[in-house]
Design a protein around this ligand. Structure first.
Ligand code: UGA
Ligand code: MN
Length: 350
């Protein structure tokens, strides 16, 4: 019998064929490995990109909201810790982000602390945010001072008193006199004196009675000159917003009240690049301005209509609401007073 295995092992042609075959298998296997790992790597990258995109676009995601609330919680904790060391709330800014400087005029009234508390709790969740709060008062009050000390938002506390001639009387309709004029100017002067030219930042006027969504601040943060957006519940409408040309530039305003105003936008409907503001020393507010023209007066110093940047889904997304508190009825306090009883808030800050 022929020993086949010996024959196979010993025949020189067959041996070299087998050797070549082995080499081919090794090469094919090696190519397979390279292709396999390259494909796996691509899958991983695509997965990362998809997860990154999700994290970016779905920032209403529960986990991100939870993280943001941790940030607010930590800022408050730090405010308390610093207070016990007689220090100030430190800046915890991310140097890669522009800082938002928001000016809020505020005045003493029954709802003041409630309004400021709502604002504080929103602003705690906004990174790189400096709150300039200006009291309409002859001197800073204890209520606002203590409030700010506990709030945890980085802030500057100022005051400027509205002269009696310019103050609304109890029965005046709210539109009779402009409000917040001196207070906003006080905030603007503070910025001019304390912030260097070239600082990467944004200026915003945040009245104390509005409701703000967090998205608004992320939209305005990239303002290069002046940005505008929709404002909810204002001017007798559900929403006022910019009117756009076919090229997406602002060509007018979708408003019912005084649409002829050059900038027919509420104070809460625009933000200004900080350096642009600092480069225009005349930009400020004035009492002797036609009713409803405060915004136009201020913005007229800074931009032309076609330079405006439109934010929030081409000016269709409502991220701020011009809510106004109902005037509180305190007739029962009067009854207590008439009975010579102590007021309900005796020794209690409301
Ligand atoms: C509208 C606009 O949204 C305001 O930005 C604008 O200043 C105002 O009209 C106006 O015509 O002057 P409205 O809700 O009617 O707003 O005004 P308020 O919210 O009553 O006042 C605007 C800001 O000024 C508030 O932050 C408020 O706290 C403050 N303010 C009001 C004072 O500092 N002192 C006052 O006597 C009254
Ligand atoms: Mn208001």
């Amino acid at each position: 019998m022929i020993n086949l295995s010996r024959y196979v092992q010993c025949h020189p042609n067959l041996r070299s064929m087998r050797h070549r075959h082995k080499k081919t298998v090794a090469v094919v296997f090696f190519i397979f490995l390279v292709v396999f790992f390259a494909l796996e790597q691509r899958k991983d990258n695509e997965g990362d990109a998809e997860r990154g995109a999700k994290a970016h676009f779905h920032y209403n995601d529960d986990s991100i909201i939870a993280l943001k609330s941790q940030v607010g919680y930590l800022k408050r904790l730090l405010a308390k810790a610093k207070k016990s060391h007689e220090g100030k709330v430190s800046l915890m800014d991310d140097p890669s982000l522009p800082t938002i400087f928001a000016i809020t005029p505020t005045y003493a009234r029954p709802v003041q602390k409630a309004e400021l508390t709502r604002l504080c709790h929103t602003f705690l969740l906004v990174p790189n945010f400096h709150w300039i709060i200006v009291e309409d008062a002859k001197a800073k009050t204890k209520l606002v001072t203590n409030f700010l000390r506990n709030c945890g938002v980085s802030h500057t506390h100022l005051n400027a008193h509205t002269p009696t001639d310019w103050k609304l009387k109890a029965d005046d309709p709210s539109w009779r006199k402009p409000r917040g004029v001196l207070q906003r100017n006080e905030g603007l002067s503070w910025i001019r004196e304390n912030i260097k030219r070239g600082t990467d930042g944004v200026l915003y006027f945040a009245d104390d009675d509005n409701a703000y969504s967090l998205e608004l601040f992320e939209e305005m943060r990239t303002t290069r000159k002046v940005s505008v957006w929709a404002v909810g519940l204002v001017g007798g409408l559900m929403v006022e917003r910019p009117k756009l040309s076919d090229e997406g530039r602002v060509a007018g305003w979708k408003v019912m009240w005084a649409p002829q105003r050059p900038f027919a936008v509420d104070m809460a409907g625009f933000a200004v690049n900080l350096d642009l503001f600092l480069s225009k020393p005349k930009a400020k507010f004035a009492y002797l301005v036609k009713r409803g023209y405060q915004e136009s007066e201020f913005l007229g110093h800074l931009v032309s209509l076609d330079e405006l940047e439109v934010k929030g889904d081409l000016g269709t997304k409502v991220m701020i609401w011009h809510t106004r508190s109902e005037k509180v009825k305190l007739d029962m306090e009067k009854k207590l007073f008439d009975r010579r009883s102590e007021p309900s808030d005796y020794h209690i800050e409301v």
